[in-house]
Ligand binder design. Sequence first.
Ligand code: PLP
Length: 401
Amino acid sequence: MKYGFSQRVRYLKSSAVRDILKVVNNGDVISFAGGLPDEGLFPVDAVSNAFQKAIESNPKALQYGETEGVYDLRKQLSDRMRRHKKIIRRPEDILITSGSQQAIDLFSRIMFNPGDIVLTEDPTYLAALQVFSSYETKVVPVESDQDGMLEDDLEDKIKRLKPKCIYVVPTYSNPGGKVWSLERRKALLQLANKYHVVILEDDPYGDLQFEQGETPPTLASMDENEYVLYTSTFSKTVVPAMRIGWIVGPHQIIRLMSQAKQAADLHTNSISQYALVHLMQDFDLDKHIQVIRDTYYERMLVMKQLLDQVNMEGLSYIEPKGGMFMWVNMPEMINTTNLLQKAVEQGVAFVPGAPFYVSDPKENTMRLNFTNATPNLIEEGMNRLVTVMEQAQMESIEKVY
Ligand SMILES: Cc1ncc(COP(=O)(O)O)c(C=O)c1O
């Protein structure tokens, strides 16, 4: 072989979502495919002022910085997590990362040897699966329902397989849009404690709740024995381009991740971190998040109402209580990967569900994003999609007879 790559490259896979996004990035296709926040809601003035202030008020904003991250930002995050998530952690227990994606990567780097087992939900976040497989782990799905992982299967797999880690997205998940119940959260924690397994709680969407009322507490807030690593991000609440996420948890783990980060990229981009310090001081982030929630809620309802009008046996969906995605089950004979081709021809795109599965993909599922199109476009896109769905259903019935 000309370049003599490492054996590890065998485990690198291109993301089906990113590949689809390349195809649909043409103006005529209404896309429900990506996981993109709405650009119209980006707090452009606040971000611009914050960058300006960062540059003018502190030369360190343009300098190399500490690997752990800018202390003032970690301090603000520590306060914010205490107020909003009931997570009590010192700034020293926080590592600022280049998006929460890097947190998943650094965590994996220090935790996994080839062949180690990671337990996940199924379906789960595709790019986490990419990371886990790049470290040559074996990912094993745990049976789940709408409330989270099933306790019996979880305990059985922990006992038999001795996993290194359990990875979960328990609040407004990607792709399923579900929220774990309090009971299942407690059960997961209890088993992690009993069998000494670390949990990676990935929470990028936790702030994007649609209706008033209590969201079940984060796993990290209930963690009494230092088993939970919690990661989140500003990608969905401020702007993804800043690439600022963080991970918080047991100090020993955070310290090792910092060392791994030194080797990976020295530190996270200083100017974005200082800009966020200013933004959180000068801008009402909570008010802004409320606008995002209201807007996404309205869009989700538009999508839901259009789906409700479709009269198709076998069609069902999960109504999300927050986040950015709706998970749809089509009649079993419809393969959504084949459907996508036809949908794009009709000017609408989605992500087929199959790539989100660890094993036994359900080929009749799809993920719809409702945050990146206006209500009018959602309506138009859904009309196109429903036409394609109905055609596919007719064709599959004709095949049977
Ligand atoms: C479940 C989940 N985790 C992590 C991420 C990564 O987010 P970022 O790296 O932008 O913080 C995403 C992005 O869509 C996600 O859906």
